[in-house]
Design a protein around this ligand. Structure first.
Ligand code: BGC
Ligand code: CA
Length: 338
């Protein structure tokens, strides 16, 4: 019995120790959780993160990456954070399911002194103030909307045939990402503003929320085509997957190429760039996943090892935003295989 007690005590001790993250170590255990496994952009971003972390192994660090997907449930994600901390992660990269509800995760991280790099789904400013070891890596949403608008303006000004019914106005629809996501709201506002400020006469025929998802976008688009038939001249999608879903809808209805509206996306995912190369998408706006992954890797390594923090440039001390770029048929090759 005594032996059993000793074993038990030493096991408890062992557990207690392994729970405490060790700081200023070159062993970087990164725990990632992201909102849903079906997201094309995030799957590619996380692949990039894997690669970038491996680069640090060559510099004498020992990196390990654990990835969880939260199946669109904040509850599940909260549990995953606990599990990742218990597994010994000493830094977390969190893509929130509900960007307005990070309190549980922040509490867990703070209790265990594990810093968090939020990414892609930006917590509100007040939540970022809850603790000083919270960071954010993403992209300036308004820029992507402005750039998509500029792409549309350039196309409309150079090709009078886009105004199919020659009424001097561009009839358009918008496919939006999740309600409440900073990128959906801000992209939609800015693309429309940019068209207006460039004196393009526009008429909005409809909009549909398709939650960043290709199949949902196809459904939304089928409904809008049902309502407006050939009147739609321009389809603005908050991301590439939804732009491709819109194209799927027209293909399903057997529209001929010459009867199609112009489609614009955002992201420059592999499938998005391929569609630009094939001229199915008139253009997209590159969401710099390589840059974001690099920033996440660098910041994670710096936070755990205590080295290199001084070299990182932040906005307001905790934010890193990587700029977008416009992609058209003539520049698409530069972005492929990045
Ligand atoms: C991307 C979308 C993605 C979303 C996920 C956005 O920045 O453009 O493709 O679905 O983030 O949060
Ligand atoms: Ca028109």
């Amino acid at each position: 019995m005594a032996a059993g007690m000793i074993l038990c005590m030493s096991m408890q001790l062992f557990c207690a120790c392994s729970k405490e993250p060790v700081y200023e170590t070159d062993q970087i255990y990164v725990g990632v959780t992201y909102y849903d496994q079906s997201d094309t952009f995030l799957n590619q971003l996380i692949d990039c993160l894997k690669e970038r972390l491996q680069d640090y192994d060559e510099e004498g660090y020992e990196t390990t990456l654990l990835v969880r997907e939260a199946s669109n449930s904040q509850r599940t994600q909260d549990d995953q954070v606990k599990e990742l901390i218990d597994a010994g992660c000493n830094v977390l990269c969190v893509n929130l399911v509900d960007r307005t509800d990070p309190s549980e995760i922040i509490d867990l991280a703070r209790e265990n002194n594990v810093p968090i790099v939020f990414f892609n789904r930006e917590p509100v400013a007040e939540d970022m103030m809850q603790w000083d070891k919270l960071y954010y890596v993403g992209a300036p949403a308004s820029q992507s909307g402005v750039m998509q608008g500029e792409l549309a303006v350039e196309l409309i000004q150079s090709d009078p045939l886009i105004d199919r019914n020659r009424d001097g106005k561009i009839q358009f629809v918008i496919l939006e990402g999740e309600a409440g996501h900073q990128d959906a709201i801000i992209r939609t506002e800015n693309v429309v503003e940019t068209l207006k400020s460039n004196h393009i006469e526009i008429e909005k025929l409809g909009n549909g929320i398709a939650n960043w998802n290709r199949a949902q976008a196809q459904n939304q688009m089928l409904q809008m085509i049902g309502q407006h038939q050939n009147k739609i001249e321009l389809v603005l999608a908050n991301n590439d997957d939804m732009a491709l879903g819109a194209i799927d809808a027209y293909e399903k209805l057997n529209y001929t190429e010459s009867a199609l509206p112009v489609f614009l996306g955002i992201d420059g995912t592999d499938v998005g760039l391929e569609a630009v190369r094939n001229s199915k998408l008139a253009g997209t706006v590159y969401n710099d996943k390589e840059g974001q992954a690099e920033a996440m890797a660098k910041l994670s390594v710096a936070l755990v090892s205590g080295k290199g923090m001084g070299e990182i440039e932040f906005e307001e001390e905790r934010y890193i935003y990587l700029p977008y770029s416009k992609v058209t048929g003539s520049t698409v090759e530069e972005f492929m295989g990045r």
